[in-house]
Ligand binder design. Structure first.
Ligand SMILES: Cc1ncc(COP(=O)(O)O)c(C=O)c1O
Length: 357
């Protein structure tokens, strides 16, 4: 099947690209010319449409607005040259979206619609992929309940969208993290491993409190014992302790990050000792005191690798006198971004190259 038969395509008559500074795009405020929209009704997904980006009509009763039966993904397109654009492991985002959909009772989307939809949008809007190092075109697929009904039940109708936004780098300075004894992000048996709207809504208040106290983000601890490190707002967390890379294992409460998986695979490829295990905040603070905590960094699509300047817990802090990434974080950042931009070999087959004219 050709993409023309999969998608019903309507091109925009006037591009908005001239109004956007791709060297300084901000984050998530400007949107590329086209989007994908697909409707689920009568028990099945209908033919997907690619059309000019624009507002959608909803009623105030739309169930998603009230009960948050909604999931999303985040991946990026990277400028290579005038002829091609790279995607980075989009199939991992597809697989995670399927798991998120299943957890949230949303009918799953066909693999081809998700992956070919992204590629078709890139072919149409490749001019929106910023050339400048560090800037990228963020791709946001999402699916949500669409019944115009105020009722806390599984919806009968859904919409799936893909929208794209040129973005700059997320964190431009090392971040300060604090734990909280009062709040938790996810509980065992809950929806922590799903990329679903409510997880982010629930984290806003504690994040706001952390900001008031002078920190950038919350370093979440486990809900049962408030003892083990989980993750950060939109990143997984890595500690370098005595030369060993340590990151919390996946146990259903944290998001299985694509970047996390890439860092772990790279470490194994380089024969760097890496441990995916439970790590207590006491162990982190103790390593800080003993000076065996070499580096801390977050890993996620938005930031790739974000250096951490401070970990604060129970009135005590471990600080790093840095104004950028440490050597280990930098090594991962360089390796991943070089593969993403086609500037290094891709031994894992992570890149999907999209030819553009
Ligand atoms: C809660 C959370 N943890 C971790 C991540 C990192 O995941 P990824 O590397 O797939 O972007 C994200 C971002 O998607 C996130 O929202």
């Amino acid at each position: 099947m050709t993409t023309d038969t999969i998608f019903n395509i309507t091109k925009t008559s006037s591009s908005r690209i001239e109004n956007v500074d791709l060297d300084k795009p901000g984050f998530g405020r400007e949107f590329a010319d086209h989007m994908l929209e697909m409707e689920y009704r009568d028990g099945k997904w209908q033919q997907p449409e690619i059309k000019p980006y624009g507002p959608i009509e909803i009623t105030p009763a739309l169930n998603t607005l009230h009960y948050a039966q909604s999931v999303f993904e985040g991946t990026k397109a990277y400028y290579v040259d005038g002829e091609s654009v790279n995607l980075f492991r989009p199939e991992k985002n597809y697989e995670r979206m399927v798991r998120s959909c299943e957890r949230m009772c949303i009918p799953t989307i066909d693999r081809d619609i998700f992956l070919e939809g992204i590629k078709e949008l890139i072919r149409l809007d490749h001019q929106w992929v910023p050339e400048k190092e560090g800037n990228t075109l963020y791709i946001r697929p999402f699916a949500c309940a669409f019944d115009p009904v105020i009722s806390a039940r599984v919806s009968d109708t859904y919409r799936f969208f893909i929208i794209m936004s040129p973005v700059g780098s997320y964190y431009d300075r090392p971040v300060k993290l604090t734990t909280t004894q009062q709040y938790v992000r996810a509980v065992k048996g809950g929806v922590g491993a799903a990329k679903t709207a409510g997880n982010y809504a629930a984290s806003l208040y504690p994040a706001q409190q952390a900001k008031k106290d002078g920190f950038d983000q919350v370093l979440w601890l486990d809900a049962e014992e408030h003892k083990y490190v989980e993750e950060v707002g939109t990143m997984n967390i890595f500690f370098v302790i005595d030369g060993t890379l340590v990151t919390p294992n996946l146990r259903g409460t944290i998001l299985p990050g694509v970047t996390r998986d890439s860092v772990v695979q790279l470490a194994k490829h380089w024969d760097m000792p890496v441990e995916e295990r439970r790590i207590s905040i006491d162990e982190v603070m103790e390593a800080g005191k003993k000076d065996t905590l070499d580096e801390v960094f977050g890993a996620g699509t938005a930031a790739v690798v974000a250096p951490v300047a401070e970990v604060h817990h129970n009135g005590q802090s471990v600080t790093f006198d840095i104004d950028g990434r440490g050597p280990v974080g930098q090594k991962f950042y360089d390796a991943i971004t070089d593969i993403q931009r086609g500037q290094a070999e891709d031994p894992f087959g992570w890149v999907t190259s999209v030819e553009v004219e």
